[in-house]
Ligand binder design. Structure first.
Ligand SMILES: NC(=O)c1ccc[n+]([C@@H]2O[C@H](COP(=O)([O-])OP(=O)(O)OC[C@H]3O[C@@H](n4cnc5c(N)ncnc54)[C@H](O)[C@@H]3O)[C@@H](O)[C@H]2O)c1
Length: 393
């Protein structure tokens, strides 16, 4: 059978845009044609276009006219606008995490620490509704780029749950490292919050996904979140914080630690930690405690490969593992980090949806449940951790 050709555009030209295009090149189920890229800053736009041998577009509409799929790799505050612009033209948006949120009141000097979290939650829910309405009116679908859903460890656990029909009683997990590289990160007006949304969304979506899988396998419908209790802290902003130079500490109005405890519709639970204060490279894992098995998913680090390097400079041009502070000594070196994170697998799945009509595992409902849970979490945290219901859209 002739493979269909899917035409691609990218918006954003830095970190996420880089790993997206690398993964597009690994797609094999369809032919891909990368038409071009659009971004705000001419320098990064042209550098990215030159590096990847693609056309730089200074007008997003001109790019949208020529593509089937738009990779939305811009800061979270722009996801809604870009995704809706794509959907209105029948273009599938591959939207980076978090799907959307509430990004302040429009003022330049917005400070999320002084705002009402009920207002923030209502704003985030309104944003999701607008995106879901645009999706319902479009021929295209939202493809939610939560790579944890497609990580090989999480997909193996999907198989275990589907075949054993186990009941998951508790999941606990974490995404953490020593601080985001993005200059936009640290401002609520760009990120819609801090660690609890920016990092916590990853293990949270994986946990929500596995309860969806369990429900599908046991009763033919997902088990969704019902309520949440959460705590957040700004540890690097404490007056007594000791800045030893290893942890990024210049955040403006966001938390650098979040704990989200979810109760599902069936009374079972998941606890997710997210932070910007953990040294030694990324710490991304999820443990599943089920009635008939137990699984530990180590996304990164994993001990698939370990290297011992006695001299730092020997590894100057060798990539070891994300956010590692030093390459000297022992390291949990990642032989193919993109693969362990699920990046090529998510693109393969999304392009099969566009090219062949396959179902979407990481869809707008999963994304919506994640954002609704996190923003109810912010309401809970503002109330000292009191339990809050999750509004399901
Ligand atoms: N899945 C993951 O593991 C992962 C990792 C990092 C980032 N992300 C997500 O990817 C998205 C982008 O993050 P990043 O780290 O690449 O940020 P970044 O700061 O490295 O890059 C953002 C890009 O967006 C462009 N941009 C900003 N405003 C724009 C506008 N109005 N119009 C067009 N372009 C604009 C910037 O010029 C830049 O090229 C975020 O949603 C982030 O949460 C996901």
């Amino acid at each position: 059978m002739q493979k269909p050709t899917v035409r691609t555009g990218i918006i954003g030209a830095r970190f996420a845009a880089s790993f997206h295009i690398e993964s597009v090149h690994r797609v094999y189920g369809v032919n891909t044609e990368v038409v071009g890229v659009h971004s705000k800053t001419p320098e990064s736009l042209n550098a990215y276009a030159d590096k990847h041998g693609i056309k730089a577009f200074d007008d997003l509409d001109a790019l949208l006219d020529q593509i089937d799929v738009l990779h939305v790799c811009v800061p979270p505050a722009l996801h809604e606008e870009m995704a809706i612009r794509a959907l209105e033209r029948g273009v599938y948006p591959i939207v980076e995490k978090p799907l959307t949120g509430r990004f302040g009141d429009g003022s330049e000097d917005y400070d999320g620490r002084n705002d009402s979290m009920e207002v923030a939650r209502d704003g985030a829910l309104d944003s999701i509704k607008r995106m879901l309405e645009a999706e319902a009116a479009s021929e295209a679908r939202i493809l939610y780029a939560e790579n944890w859903v497609y990580a090989p460890t999480i997909q193996k656990e999907r198989e275990v749950l589907e075949k054993t029909k186990g009941q998951v009683l508790w999941m606990h997990g974490e995404e953490a490292h020593s601080g985001s590289h993005s200059p936009f990160y640290g401002y609520w007006k760009h990120g819609g919050g801090g660690a609890m949304i920016g990092k916590g969304c990853h293990p949270l979506t994986a946990a929500l996904y596995l309860k969806k899988v369990e429900g599908r396998a046991r009763f033919g419908k997902p088990i969704r979140p019902a309520s949440v209790t959460a705590r957040i802290h700004a540890l690097t902003q404490l007056p007594n914080f000791v800045d030893d130079g290893h942890i990024r500490a210049d955040y403006f109005d966001i938390e650098d630690f979040g704990m989200t405890h979810v109760t599902f519709e069936d009374g079972t639970i998941a606890t997710v930690f997210a932070s910007e204060i953990v040294l030694g490279g990324v710490h991304n894992w999820l443990e599943v405690c089920a009635t008939n098995h137990r699984t530990i998913c180590n996304l990164n680090p994993s001990n698939q490969m370990q290297t011992y390097n006695p001299v730092e400079s020997q590894f100057d041009d060798i990539y070891v593992v994300e956010k590692i502070g030093t390459k000297q000594g022992w390291a949990m070196t990642a032989p193919d980090e993109d693969f362990s994170h699920g990046f090529p697998q998510e693109m393969e799945a999304f392009y099969r949806t566009v090219g062949h009509g396959d179902d979407v595992e990481s869809d707008s409902q999963l994304a919506s449940d994640t954002i609704a849970t996190i923003y109810s979490g912010y309401v809970s945290a503002a109330n000292g951790g009191a339990e809050e219901p999750v509004t399901l859209l």
